[in-house]
Ligand binder design. Structure first.
Ligand SMILES: Cc1cc2nc3c(=O)[nH]c(=O)nc-3n(C[C@H](O)[C@H](O)[C@H](O)COP(=O)(O)OP(=O)(O)OC[C@H]3O[C@@H](n4cnc5c(N)ncnc54)[C@H](O)[C@@H]3O)c2cc1C
Length: 570
């Protein structure tokens, strides 16, 4: 069975393929955009290689607010086409492409002004529903103050005069990006992580490939291709500099911080959206937790490890505590994460596709760049990038078909949900566990649980992180391309933000499980635990720091899990 396995054997085969083959397309960057481009190109019949310097989704794509959203704020700016496009993508994900990963979520919008606010918000949400928001999710609903308080008893009574409830969708971003990558691999793409682009190949005036470095052992090879697509988010300018040419647009980074608190600290049956002076703040239901975010500040420091400061966290507390009857305190924090928005800056006229959201350009013969946008519209971005790259591919390039390509695990998901009881009996697991697994793996559940055949000990909860099963850790190392303890605790699972110990209490047992699959010796197990613990300590210290500069100095001093990664690359 192929199933886009990202195993160690595939990793070796991938290295040989990178050096030997001539690809139609090489994709740089394993965030949601790069993985989307790899899937788009592979399903058009092109030969594709994707290289990612660190781990899949290790950049922005594991650090978002995790919403597939229509973008209500674009309505206020009268950007109707952006809203329609985003709503269409949300529908596709919910119903066809990734129903196992993308779930409906409702938000309460508290009204604080009498008379004008309700008609204003209602007009916007009616438009939202009409444009596609209510195609498969419920329409928005008007609530009195008492009705809103019944739904969200955690609110202070004087924080609202009434409310409106509406629906959007949420996703485990890191898992979705990983699943995209595996789906691309399933359709023939060579996907290789810990593989950094360190140079460009040229033939006369055109880019003809890239030089890559294995970030685990430092070996290097040349990869040849008709076209290279730069999908590196906030690293776009760095890669552009490395290519030696001038870009058509620049990308600046804006930091967004989230905190995670236990579910029982805010009594509510719905999420919450609050207006702030400059933007909005979400309280998003996330398994047994709430995610609260986000901030929006310029960031010019380490791109790989953006650090949250004490004032970022203070900002979130200030805003959310204004409406909560029982304020949150620092003791409530289970996790904190910071991500960098890749925002377009300094774009010029001659970019071939430029919306307020994303830009695509053929920056040189054989080199295409795409950046900006948002998670929700990755599929549209990917199609645009491959369209642009077609000019460099000698054979005919078929149209994009990714609106008809369900991600691995989507097929059969709904039937399996109806069979939770029987599956529980079949595998000897509580139906609640089956549901958890289905919402992470979809119909790949059988592939995951096959590993526990004759090894019932794999069906035990992970020591220190009992929301997950041991088999999920083993599967992550065997089939999901996890190469380090950090990959498993931070992205294959979300233990690092879901437990107040930030993964430390699970680090040793998880490292030992990974060791069994990847063949780590005792010294490697110790190194992995030490590096992970140093990362957690550096993050915790940086979260006490008063400024970005101080937080960055603390965070970037922690060692890298990938010993041979170059930072920065140019
Ligand atoms: C705080 C925050 C909240 C957000 N919330 C939402 C939301 O709720 N909904 C939404 O739709 N969008 C949201 N976004 C936006 C969304 O997350 C991003 O637009 C999206 O994840 C960007 O993906 P990407 O693939 O462009 O970049 P990335 O995910 O950063 O991927 C780029 C990759 O390139 C790799 N790379 C860099 N250099 C090299 C090299 N030399 N060789 C190989 N690989 C390299 C990096 O390691 C990285 O993995 C949010 C963003 C932030 C910061």
């Amino acid at each position: 069975m192929d199933l886009g396995a990202l195993s160690t054997a595939e990793r070796e085969r991938g290295w040989l393929a990178l050096g030997d083959r001539h690809f139609d397309v090489v994709v740089i960057g394993g965030g949601v955009v790069g993985c989307g481009v790899a899937l788009d190109a592979a399903t058009r019949g092109l030969s594709v290689a994707l290289v990612e310097a660190r781990d899949l989704a290790s950049g922005t794509s594991s650090r978002s607010s995790k919403l597939f959203h229509g973008g209500l704020r674009y309505l206020e700016q009268l950007e109707f086409s952006l809203v329609r496009e985003a709503l269409r993508e949300r529908e596709l994900m919910l119903n066809r492409l990734a129903p196992h990963l993308v779930k409906p979520v409702s938000f309460l919008y508290p009204l604080t002004h009498r008379l004008w606010e309700r008609p204003y918000v209602t007009a916007g949400l009616t438009l939202y529903d009409t444009m596609g928001g209510a195609r498969s999710l419920p329409r928005h609903k008007q609530l009195t103050r008492s009705g809103a308080l019944r739904l969200m008893p955690a609110l202070r009574r004087d924080a609202l005069v009434g409310a409106v409830r509406y629906f959007d969708a949420e996703v485990d971003d890191a898992r979705h990006t990983l699943t995209l990558a595996r789906t691309a691999a399933h359709y023939g793409a060579t996907v290789r992580t810990s593989t950094q682009v360190v140079g460009f190949l040229r033939e006369s005036d055109r880019v003809s490939g890239v030089r890559v470095r294995d970030c685990e052992d430092g070996r290097e090879t040349d990869v040849r291709a008709h076209v290279v697509i730069n999908c590196t988010g906030v690293w776009t300018d760095e890669i552009q500099r490395l290519s030696g040419g001038r870009g058509r647009f620049r990308v600046r980074a804006s930091k967004g911080v989230h905190i995670v608190v236990p579910r029982d600290r805010i009594v509510s049956d719905t999420g919450l959206i609050l207006r702030t002076e400059s933007s909005v703040l979400f309280v998003i239901p996330w398994r047994n937790h709430w995610i609260i975010g986000t901030t929006d500040t310029d960031w010019n420091l380490d791109l790989a490890h953006p650090a949250a400061t004490r004032s970022d966290i203070g900002y979130l507390f200030t805003h959310v505590n204004r409406v909560l009857a029982t304020p949150l305190t620092h003791e409530d924090i289970e996790g904190v994460y910071a991500g960098l928005r890749p925002l377009l800056a300094g774009e010029s006229e001659d970019t071939s596709t430029l919306s307020r959201e994303h830009a695509v350009a053929r920056v040189a013969p054989g080199l295409v760049a795409i950046a900006g946008g948002k998670y929700t519209t990755y599929r549209v971005m990917a199609a645009d990038a491959v369209e642009e790259a077609a000019a460099d591919i000698p054979s005919r390039v078929a149209p994009s078909i990714t609106d008809r390509v369900p991600l691995l695990g989507a097929d059969g998901y709904h039937a399996l949900i109806n069979q939770c009881e029987q599956l529980g009996a079949q595998y000897g697991l509580h139906p609640y566990r089956i549901r958890h697994l289905l919402d992470r793996y979809g119909s790949l559940l059988h592939h995951v649980l096959a590993m526990a055949d004759g090894r019932r000990e794999l069906l035990a909860p992970v020591p220190g992180a009992p929301d997950y099963l041991v088999v999920e850790i083993v599967y992550a190392a065997a089939y999901e391309g996890a190469l380090h303890l950090e990959d498993v605790l931070t992205r294959r699972t979300r233990v690092s933000i879901e437990y107040a110990h930030r993964g430390l209490e699970a680090a040793r047992p998880v490292a030992e499980l990974i060791a069994g699959v990847l063949g780590w010796d005792p010294a490697t197990v110790e190194r992995e635990i030490t590096v992970y613990a140093a990362r957690v300590a550096a993050e915790r210290e940086s979260q006490q720091a008063p400024s970005d500069a101080a937080a960055d100095a603390l965070r970037s001093a922690a060692p890298e899990a990938r010993p041979e990664v170059l930072e920065p690359v140019s």
